[in-house]
Design a protein around this ligand. Structure first.
Ligand code: FMN
Length: 318
């Protein structure tokens, strides 16, 4: 567990900001009118619902705010809940200045406060009370009216703006139970690569240090392995790869497979025989952190040659 506090119990503002910055907040523009009836306001991340009966809200504003005394004297404000499309409004009202509303779209309501257009919601309040709390005033507002606008609320967290990415628990659960396991994904990607020549999914699952060991101990990397698939598909058509068994233990997936294809191109020095060939084999695929790192493959070329009706003198079947 890391701590932002040293051995001294003094909490500096920077230390506190670091921790409070972890909490996502809404971004609300507190807006009202000056004595000359021009709109003004500021941004708070401290706006909260406080009570439902009666309807009360709260926010805190620094004692150094030059705008709050103006709104206070009018005794009313609107909390404009900003949407994720209103970062410009946040920037305009989040800094000091005399013409904060310049260029902003708003309407002055009958209530006597600015409603910033396209906000997510508007909450019209009168100032009920104020608590002096350290370097801030804590304001309690009495809600007089509220209206829902459009869009998703803007969020501020960790010094960054964003919006809320809500979880749908039912969908997340369904996805978790339906999601194919890594074994299923690797098996399917492997079958599609060898069976259909569609290597995209396999390539996406392969780690940069992937190696494939052949039955003779030869070691190849991904580009060479992709070339082997290409060569197989060039020499055989109607390729069908079937996974007969797939098991997994300790990060090693074992596939027992059967390939059936038509010999239509030269392979292993044998010109096309147009015969249907069958080969059985096994592949052992090691994975780490969700990526395929190593593969061993074994198959018997004699099975292939015999289904081509080609016999090697020293390997003639009984
Ligand atoms: C995302 C965001 C959240 C803020 N939250 C608060 C807040 O809760 N309280 C506060 O006093 N100032 C907050 N501020 C800063 C004020 O909006 C800013 O200091 C403003 O200029 C008020 O000062 P003024 O009234 O003197 O213009 C926030 C600013 C931003 C951008």
């Amino acid at each position: 567990m890391s701590s932002v506090l040293g051995s001294t119990p003094t909490l500096t503002p920077a230390e506190q900001r670091k921790v409070y910055g972890l909490l996502p907040t809404s971004v609300v523009a507190i807006a009202g009118l000056t004595a000359e009836d021009t709109p003004t306001g500021f941004i708070v991340g401290t706006f909260q619902s406080l009570s439902l009966e009666p309807a009360l809200v709260t926010f805190s504003i620094a004692k150094t705010s030059s705008t709050w005394p103006i709104l206070r004297s009018k005794g009313r404000f609107t909390a404009n809940v900003l949407s994720n499309q209103q970062l410009d409004v946040c920037k305009a009202l989040g800094k000091k200045g005399d013409e904060k509303f310049k260029g902003l779209d708003f309407d002055i309501t009958e209530f006597g406060t600015p409603h910033i257009r396209n906000a997510t919601a508007w909450i019209d309040c009168t100032v009920l009370s104020e608590v002096v709390a350290g370097d801030h005033f804590m304001i309690v507002g009495s809600v007089k009216a509220m209206k829902v606008g459009s869009g998703d609320a803007l969020i501020f967290c960790g010094g960054k703006f964003g919006d809320c990415n809500l979880w749908d628990p039912a969908a997340a659960e369904a996805q978790a139970s339906d999601a194919p396991s890594l074994q299923e994904r690797i098996t399917d990607a492997w079958r599609r690569a060898w069976g259909e020549g569609d290597t995209g999914a396999f390539e996406a699952l392969v780690s940069p240090d992937y190696v494939r060991h052949s039955k003779l101990g030869e070691v190849v990397r991904l580009p060479e392995m992709l070339k082997q698939i290409e060569e197989s598909h060039a020499a055989f058509s109607d390729f069908k790869v079937e996974i007969l068994h797939a098991t997994e233990a300790e990060g090693l997936i074992s596939l027992h497979w059967r390939t059936v294809a038509k010999h239509t191109g030269e392979f292993m020095d044998v010109p096309p025989t147009q015969r249907s060939v069958t080969v059985h084999g096994a592949s052992f695929i090691r994975h780490r952190n969700g990526r395929i790192t190593e593969e061993w493959v074994v198959w018997d070329p004699r099975e292939l040659l015999s289904s081509m009706h080609i016999w090697h003198l020293n390997h003639q079947p009984a």
